[in-house]
Write a new protein. Structure first.
Length: 193
């Protein structure tokens, strides 16, 4: 699956170069998005904002906001405890959690971007989540998660029933892609704008 996604990205980057992007520009764009630096920075800012800042997400009901704030503060406390443990007691969390995350996430990001990448940030699962139609091997390895909109629309549907659920709601899906190669091509093409 990783080879399939990497191949798709390489093909898209070659197309960008043919379309006038310099090799350096193309490499910088790809490195930045795959490095996940921007992603993790955005997640840290969001966590801090949820814990201590102004909650401006219009889709969040007022009754949920205190719980969200408590959970965000709890997560910060847990992360702080994990960092303290790693520094003061044992670096085991670095070796079994942080380092694998840093090394593995860029590859996983190629796959995960297809689930919500460039989807609108709205409450409707039909709008904010994408189903990617791919081959049987990828669906098997990912436990049918390419049927991602279906998974979000009705999370209690077991993974093995997602293809049948897709058949029932396919006409209502607003975000779909014919495959990871097509998604990656469209996603990277969006860097130009």
């Amino acid at each position: 699956m990783c080879a399939h996604l990497a191949s798709a990205l390489v093909n898209v980057l070659r197309q960008l170069q043919k379309a006038g992007q310099s090799a350096r520009q193309t490499a910088e764009i790809a490195w930045w998005h795959l490095s996940s630096i921007g992603y993790w920075h955005a997640k840290a800012v969001l966590l801090w904002t949820n814990a201590f800042g102004t909650l401006s997400a219009g889709y969040l009901p007022d009754r949920i906001r205190p719980r969200l704030r408590r959970e965000a503060r709890g997560m910060i406390a847990i992360y702080a405890g994990m960092i303290a443990f790693s520094v003061l007691v044992s670096p085991v969390l670095f070796w079994v959690w942080a380092l694998p995350l840093v090394l593995g996430f860029p590859i996983l990001r190629l796959y995960l971007l297809a689930e919500h990448g460039r989807c609108p940030t709205v409450a409707s699962m039909f709008d904010n989540t994408r189903t990617t139609y791919t081959n049987r091997l990828v669906r098997y390895l990912a436990w049918n998660m390419p049927y991602h909109a279906e998974h979000h629309v009705l999370p209690q549907v077991p993974f093995h029933r997602l293809p049948a659920f897709n058949a029932e709601i396919r006409a209502h899906l607003r975000q779909t892609s014919p495959g990871y190669r097509a998604f990656t091509r469209d996603y990277v093409a969006g860097f130009e704008t």
